[in-house]
Design a binder for this molecule. Sequence first.
Ligand SMILES: [Ca+2]
Length: 291
Amino acid sequence: MKKQLSLKLRLLLLSGVAVFMTTSCMFMPPKDTKETIKTEAEEAEDGTTIYKKDGLTCVWHDEFDYEGVPDTTKWKYQTGHGNDGWGNQELQNYTDNTTTADTAVVEEGVLKIKAKYENGEWKSARLNSKESWKYGFIEARLKITDRKGAWPAFWMMPDGRADWPDCGEIDIMENAPAIENCDHRVFSSLHARGHFAANPKSIGGKTYDENLSSEWHTFGIKWTEQEITCYYDDVAVGGYENNGTIEDWPYDQKFYIILNLAIGGQLGGTGFAPSLGGNAEFLIDYVRVYQ
Ligand SMILES: [Ca+2]
């Protein structure tokens, strides 16, 4: 739940924030499919690697196999504090890393989003892909620090068409250990007019893994005209089907990818932010889109 709300909607939800805080873990049980999809890698004639998944071919990716600022042909920045902390009372100021790597830096084959407390304020980064896609398999390999106060996310928003929540939102991975009983868990959920705020639709439930922060994990969705299925380490952990209504299925338009590390806020837990000691990190090994 990261998109800024319209004023009208914020007023509507003002008294509902406490409800959201206590009910945000009450997702629908995920559909237990246990389907596994492996990535295949082939070498092309020019020596580059072609990645394939579920009969689809990688059409866009960033492996972060370079050094310095993130690739400006692929990423742009959303900056500032947002309205009311991006609608969620988040603490951080997002900065631009187009020319100087500071809160987003590529090194050792990895994109590192770094939240830092400096001069009495948190700063961090929010990267949006310049391209957007409709349908396919979208995945990232991530390492999450799983620390109370931090709220890393890998998610998607549409290019336009309507205000949130009518436009839809696809949250592939959100980690919110500050929420009660959500330690070592990641959320995968969908928002739309028919299901938002305290009532998102689960696509991957709140996946539990004791090794969530100690190991790298892949997070992905298989998105078709009929269904969005969520994968954790290539195993399907839940899905949501198209019921044919615009209120519940605005997922028939192009969405772009977002990577960000928020501090505090409704899911990060503002009261826990000081316990981070002024630093938090969110690591991304790669992001791939297969179609
Ligand atoms: Ca990499």
